[in-house]
Design a protein around this ligand. Structure first.
Ligand code: FES
Length: 855
């Protein structure tokens, strides 16, 4: 008789678990569980200093001592694996004695400067000292001290990074900072030096800790050895209240806490609010210090209206009256829809929905768009590229993926959380990781292989991987024939030569994708920004079909901004996806059939004076839209421009009415992250000056237009909530798509491809107002490879003239060791440098020439 295999299940399950007794209580845990975690599963607390849940344990501090029966010595709970039959005591006299001794040793050299230490109130050493009632010391010698020249034993504060202060005397050498920096962030700018009682942590000689995750180091320091310059000596932690919020600068929506003080209506800092599904408790610096945008003294205090060519302060009532009057006049004079709207995708759902509803139901206009910094986007929400943007993606699913690919993505700049997640998968598992880009990226440091293809050859690289699968016989012949009939070139050798990647490398990726059991395939910003995104999207869809990626994992174009997915769901597109449009029609009982123009088409119509009024909320198209001249010309032809923003910008300078906008920290709001997860951000402070949230401005304006369709925020939120459930994840085509890209000829006069991107410490146009982020980078630069630097006789910091057909900028050179080819990178985050003037919006690859500016 055949064996009943189900009977073996409990035996197998038992083989994976072990049972032990802790403080007299039996517990069964998976094999490999540490004593610390086994105790935690029973709710038993064991103090720790050097342990961190997301790092490998090192057992450095010994404060987590426990007693294991029959063991000759105490064991460290954080680094000792529980075994079957163990009998453990966590609060015996021997344990208490051991822990007291450890703490006493730590305190032997630790300064008792709690009254002036910023960590006081949340110091882990203070807590364990308190818990073990240690109020005396048996040591009679003077405490060992680091004292830098000009400093005191207490205030031996070294600035080791733009935002990091190190006090070596407080350091208890738990190595959490050094381990996190290396293991979790892949950075090597902090290390351990010397031996014995002069052991110290610090940056490499002559260097600073400048990595984009550096703020975490202060947050995880258990004492006040590493503190954040941003938070130091400003307020005691117990005088603040923390408010749960989400990051407004990354699309994964890192969970954060904003520490505020009501009397001063001020936010003092941000810390993580661990969400293992999203951020693992780590924050990129832009998420940590971005709150300073809200507290900037440069915020617009009140509405402005243009009188005699000058913007002068006005009341909200006066401004609203004027907008109503002018928009009505324009509609009546033109006799058709001639008003457009641009809104930033970092606003909350209610504001985005209200904007869409106002334009469609009050102005009868479909001319709305949230994508103000991408050229030539498709108007239609159901294009292949748009469909790829809405494919499901879960950040946590990266963890157990056995093949991970980042295509067209400089991950650290675009998706820092996802980069850390991939790094964690590398640290704790054995995934095969590939980075495929037109230039080498730092985030490829976790990759098994980095493929760098010729700029503009995105489809060819993707097609090359598929052709490698064909040649390696990884797909059946019918599929191979169908694919080859749709693409050109259609041999691996030709595709490899055309994209500039070795055939062997393409074969490696093809084999991994074919063999992978769970694949995470990320398509990034370099594709989204490209005017060839539809063609590249078709090549991505072909690759997905050939390897069945979504059937065994996930593949998506990741959204870039905090609420880009929310903006799509709220229908803030000229032509929303069909299910969203249906829902909107049901909610409103109508949907305008007027012309639908995207941001690019609107700007073109402004130039032709066919759109005469524009309402801009939170966007700065002059700074962020590729082809600055085109934008200026368009806006310059408007009869009436209204701009809502937090600050004066290049775009507000042209406006007839400027309205002060509240930041996300000043009202309760909901946001949809790149996974489609809805998250709430609670209000931390009252609106700054006379600023108002976008939804409030829209509702007040709707009221002026005499509609009662915007009765309350609750009603607006309710309607917005109805759209969240709409399934807007469309299928991809079930056939191979034609992909036959034209090959661009090299440009002799302007030979160097240039890519505009975010600085790793900045996002968009707002973060330059955050002083901590400005401490890392406050002006534009051109990043280039060491090879190009040698060719141009350039050193780090030299001034470089960067010229294209349309514009010229002079910026400092920044030589990046990881950059290898002739591509240049320029950040778009600094208003003083008109980076976008270098670009032509219809050009696939913009090219420039560079020359050293001699004094
Ligand atoms: Fe276990 Fe430090 S927490 S040794």
């Amino acid at each position: 008789m055949a064996e009943d295999t189900t009977k073996s299940t409990p035996v197998e399950a038992k083989a994976d678990t072990i049972s032990l007794t802790i403080d007299g209580r039996a517990v069964t845990v998976p094999k490999g569980t540490t004593l610390l975690n086994a105790a935690a599963s029973l709710g038993i607390y064991i103090p720790t200093l050097c342990w961190h849940p997301k790092l490998k344990a090192v057992g450095a501090c010994r404060v987590c001592y426990v007693e294991v029966e029959k063991w000759p010595k105490l064991a460290v709970a954080c680094a000792t694996e529980a075994t079957d039959g163990m009998v453990v005591h966590t609060a015996s006299d021997q344990v208490k004695k051991g822990r007291r001794a450890v703490i006493e040793f730590i305190l032997a050299n630790h300064p008792l400067d709690c009254p002036t230490c910023d960590q006081a109130g949340e110091c882990e050493l203070q807590n364990v000292t308190f818990a073990y009632c240690i109020d005396d010391s048996r040591f009679e010698f003077r405490k060992s001290r680091f004292v830098e020249e000009g400093m005191t034993t207490t205030f031996d504060d070294l600035r080791i990074g733009p935002e990091l202060i190190l006090n070596r005397n407080r350091c208890l050498l738990c190595y959490k900072c050094v381990r996190a920096n290396k293991e979790a962030f892949g950075e090597h700018d902090l290390g351990v030096y010397e031996r014995g009682n002069i052991t110290r942590i610090g940056p490499a000689p002559g260097r600073q800790v400048t990595n984009p995750f550096s703020g975490n180091l202060a947050e995880i320091c258990p004492v006040g050895a590493l503190t954040s310059a941003d938070w130091r000596y400003k307020i005691r932690v117990w005088l603040t209240t923390s408010v749960p919020s989400v990051c407004n600068f990354t699309s994964s929506g890192s969970n954060i806490l904003l520490y505020k003080e009501d009397h001063k209506n001020h936010i003092y800092r941000t810390t993580s609010r661990t969400n293992d599904d999203i951020d693992d408790g780590w924050l990129a610096d832009v998420s940590r210090y971005g709150y300073q945008v809200a507290t900037s003294p440069e915020r617009l205090p009140e509405p402005l209206i243009k009188k005699d060519g000058k913007q002068v302060p006005a009341s909200w009532e006066e401004a609203m009256e004027l907008i109503h009057k002018r928009f009505t006049e324009i509609q009546q004079t033109m006799g058709r829809v001639c008003i457009g709207g641009l809104i930033a995708p970092n606003l909350d759902n209610a504001s985005l929905y209200g904007f869409s509803k106002f334009f469609r139901t009050v102005l009868n206009s479909n001319n709305i768009d949230f994508r103000c910094d991408y050229p030539m986007l498709p108007s239609v929400g159901d294009s292949v590229f748009s469909r790829l943007c809405r494919q499901p993606f879960r950040i946590a699913d990266i963890d157990d993926s056995d093949v991970i690919v980042a295509f067209g993505s400089d991950l650290i700049r675009e998706h820092p959380n996802e980069y850390l997640r991939i790094r964690r998968a590398r640290t704790f598992g054995k995934p095969r990781i590939y980075s495929i880009n037109p230039f080498s990226v730092k985030s490829a440091d976790v990759s098994d292989l980095e493929l760098v293809y010729r700029a503009g050859a995105d489809e060819l690289a993707l097609t090359g991987i598929c052709l490698a699968a064909v040649e390696e016989n990884l797909v059946d012949s019918a599929m191979a024939d169908e694919f080859k009939s749709k693409v050109a070139p259609n041999t691996l050798a030709e595709a490899a030569a055309a994209c500039g990647v070795d055939e062997a490398e393409l074969r490696i990726v093809a084999r991994a994708l074919a063999e992978g059991r769970k694949v995470s395939f990320i398509v990034g910003e370099l594709v989204t920004r490209s005017v060839a995104r539809e063609s590249i999207g078709a090549a991505v869809a072909n690759l997905d079909r050939m390897f069945g990626i979504r059937g065994k994992g996930q593949l998506s174009v990741l959204a870039r901004q905090a609420n880009s997915r929310g903006a799509e769901k709220m229908g803030v597109l000229p032509e929303p996806a069909a299910p969203t449009r249906e829902k909107l029609t049901a909610l409103w009982g109508m949907f305008p059939d007027s012309q639908a123009n995207n941001s690019d088409a609107m700007l073109a119509l402004m130039k032709k004076e066919e759109i005469s009024g524009l309402f801009v909320v939170g966007s700065n198209p002059i700074m962020l839209y590729p082809d600055q001249e085109f934008v200026r010309e368009g806006l310059g032809k408007l009869d009436f421009l209204v701009v809502c923003d937090l600050f004066e910008t290049e775009t507000t300078a042209l406006a007839d009415v400027v309205l002060p906008l509240s930041s996300w920290a000043e009202y309760d709001g909901e946001y949809v992250n790149l996974e489609g997860r809805v998250q709430s951000a609670r209000r931390a402070i009252r609106p700054v000056g006379k600023s108002r949230p976008a939804y409030e401005i829209i509702m007040a304006l709707a009221d002026k237009f005499g509609t009662d369709a915007f009765p309350s925020l609750e009603q607006l939120s309710l309607e917005a909530g109805c759209l969240l459930d709409v399934n807007d994840q469309p299928p991809l085509p079930d056939e191979f798509l034609e992909v036959k890209p034209a090959v661009e000829e090299p440009d002799k006069e302007y030979p160097l491809p240039i890519f505009v991107c975010d600085d790793p410490h900045h996002r968009g146009h707002l973060t330059e107002k955050a002083p901590s982020l400005a401490n890392f980078a406050s002006e534009a630069y051109v990043e280039l490879s060491p090879g190009l630097a040698v060719e141009g006789n350039l050193s780090d910091g030299d001034l470089v003239r960067v010229e294209s057909e349309t514009g010229k900028i002079i910026v400092a050179a920044r030589i990046s060791e990881h950059l290898e080819n002739n591509c240049l990178l320029v950040p778009c985050n600094f208003s003083a440098t008109p980076v976008m003037s270098l670009l032509m919006r219809k050009r696939r690859i913009n090219r420039v020439k560079i020359s050293k500016v001699d004094d």
